[in-house]
Design a protein around this ligand. Structure first.
Ligand SMILES: Cc1cc2nc3c(=O)[nH]c(=O)nc-3n(C[C@H](O)[C@H](O)[C@H](O)COP(=O)(O)OP(=O)(O)OC[C@H]3O[C@@H](n4cnc5c(N)ncnc54)[C@H](O)[C@@H]3O)c2cc1C
Length: 515
């Protein structure tokens, strides 16, 4: 039987689809099962239907997004939003509620402005990292963007979910500079100085005046972002990608502390990554399960003179760590062709295009992975203790462990990645159970992740219980006030509208339905 939104009759669903089709046109609305299948989470068990969509709608303008939201509010249809829907390991494109309607913003993919003087861009939500990186090169290469390892995702989807990248300005949420948002009642809100028509500082002074509400749209379900300013950086005169090798936990303590000093004094301005169990073999980085070898990457940016001085400081500071070895190359800031390795390219804002040939991945086309990424203060002992605890967790369960540690200056993400075969139900269940156990054992140690998959959102929200759960209660109050019908991404980050899990379509105020 075709999937429908919860508690919805066939007739009501048809009326909803009719309203959306009238506004967007028939080619923008589909219930075709093969298309819906393309929007399932590829990292869940292949036969798992807990998160099947009932329809996919593809608006191309803000007005069309408003029309979708208006219809959803009328008919109490839960929506889930994607920019590209490649949020793999965090749920991919899938919703929390079975039968939701997917609002795919892949077709809203225009770069509206590249502002060279002020170093920002204005983009729609479907713009991919690869699109932005290419557009900046085509614009003359005056500006760079930070990018994640892969360029397949959208800038806004990644940034709204708190994603990270590896050139300067790697905290992507912090680069959001003025949002335009469709609220659950289909009205349009602009944050900061965007609320002041004609104000030229909107994307240059993102907070504006008065309470700053931009952060409310991160990892949340209070609206659909249809446009945003996004900060990028000036192309430096020179760029020096650096490769660091070391062995064992004692050296890890020293490297984490040394990198903190280099970051907090402004010598290193990107997010360094340290990859566990990797060996250099003939100059190639080779994943070597069980090895105590680490390979780190970071980069320096600036004038040739400042890079020379920075490298001297970095060599002195890291040289004090027993066994640490640093290798650096210096490139002109506008040199794209000389960069041959992925680490050289990604730290200069050129992402990899795809995951790689499935035949070379563990489990081939059924490859899946779960990343558990807790946040700890960037203190060598604290990071190493978390690393050891997490490594022991995987070893006890005989699960593969890869990934590494992302350094953000004051805090670090201890990213543990485990691989599994998504066509194997039992193996997939083991990976998810291990993740859920890690959530609990780490929470008991005072540690939570920075971002999580759909299955663990409620558990993590449940640990935010300071002050009689004041924060979840605050968010729930906002949710019910802004979205009484509970239509926008119910369950995202564990924020549920009051009407769930027993949907009562008559709850709340809704705009009048035009059927
Ligand atoms: C091998 C691999 C490597 C990866 N490397 C990285 C990495 O280096 N850094 C990193 O951060 N991630 C990484 N990821 C995770 C993911 O691929 C990226 O974060 C990707 O950029 C997500 O973008 P997206 O467009 O697919 O997000 P989407 O799935 O489109 O969006 C993510 C979430 O944001 C919300 N959302 C999206 N658009 C809107 C909107 N317009 N309004 C309101 N809410 C919205 C939704 O809740 C959605 O579920 C990696 C994944 C894999 C598999």
């Amino acid at each position: 039987m075709a999937t429908r939104p919860p508690d919805m009759s066939e007739d009501s669903f048809a009326a909803f689809l009719g309203a959306v089709t009238a506004a967007l046109g028939p080619e923008a609305v589909t219930t075709d099962p093969a298309t819906l299948q393309r929007f399932r989470d590829p990292y869940t068990y292949r036969e798992d239907d807990r998160r099947d969509y009932s329809a996919v709608v593809s608006p191309v303008t803000t007005e069309e997004v408003q029309a979708v939201v208006r219809a959803a509010a009328c008919f109490a249809v839960p929506l889930w939003t994607i920019g590209q829907g490649r949020n793999n390991t965090y749920g991919g494109p899938a919703p929390r509620v079975k039968g939701s309607v997917l609002v795919s913003l892949r077709e809203m993919n225009r770069i509206l402005e590249i502002n060279r003087e002020l170093a920002y861009v204005v983009i729609e939500p479907g713009v991919r990292w690869s699109d932005l990186a290419q557009a900046l090169v085509a614009d003359g290469g005056h500006l760079w963007t930070s990018v994640p390892d892969l360029g397949w995702g959208s800038v806004l989807g990644n940034s709204l979910d708190g994603g990270v990248g590896y050139a300067p300005l790697g905290d992507h949420a912090a680069n959001l500079a003025g949002l335009e948002v469709v609220l659950p009642d289909a009205s349009l809100l602009r944050t900061g100085y965007g609320a002041h028509p004609g104000n030229a500082a909107w994307h240059a002074a993102p907070r504006g005046v008065g309470p700053s509400v931009g952060g409310l749209f991160l990892q949340s379900n209070f609206g659909i972002v249809t446009r945003a300013g996004y900060l990028v950086s000036r192309t430096p005169e020179a760029y020096a990608p650096c490769q660091l090798t070391f062995r064992g936990y004692d050296a890890l303590v020293g490297v984490v502390d040394a990198m903190r000093d280099l970051m907090l004094t402004g010598v290193v301005t990107n997010y360094p990554a340290l990859f566990r169990s990797v060996e250099l073999v003939g100059g190639e980085q080779v994943m070597t399960p069980g090895s105590d070898g680490w390979i780190g990457r970071f980069a320096l940016y600036g004038s040739r003179a400042s890079i020379d001085a920075g490298l001297q400081t970095a060599r002195a500071r890291l040289g004090a760590v027993a066994g640490a070895d640093l290798d650096a190359s210096v490139f002109a800031g506008d040199d794209v062709t000389g960069l041959t390795r992925h680490d050289q390219r990604v730290q200069r804002g050129i992402p990899a295009t795809e995951l790689g040939d499935p035949e070379h991945l563990p489990f081939g086309p059924n490859f899946a992975h779960l990343d558990f990424s807790p946040v700890v203060p960037q203190l060598g002992l604290a990071v190493t203790a978390a690393e050891q605890f997490i490594a022991a967790h995987y070893a006890e369960r005989r699960l593969p462990l890869s990934g590494g540690i992302l350094l953000r200056g004051r805090n670090a993400l201890v990213i543990s990645t485990t691989f599994f075969d998504a066509s194997d139900e039992a193996m997939t269940a083991v990976a998810y159970r291990s993740y859920a156990q890690l959530v609990e054992t780490c929470a008991a140690r005072g540690i939570l992740p920075y971002r999580t998959n759909l299955d663990s959102m409620d558990a993590i929200a449940g640990h935010l219980d300071f002050g009689d759960s004041a924060l979840p209660r605050f968010l729930g109050t906002l949710k019910d006030a802004l979205d009484p019908g509970g239509i926008i991404q119910p369950g995202k980050s564990g924020i549920w509208p009051a009407r769930w899990p027993q949907p009562a379509p008559s709850t709340g105020t809704r705009p009048s339905c035009r059927r």
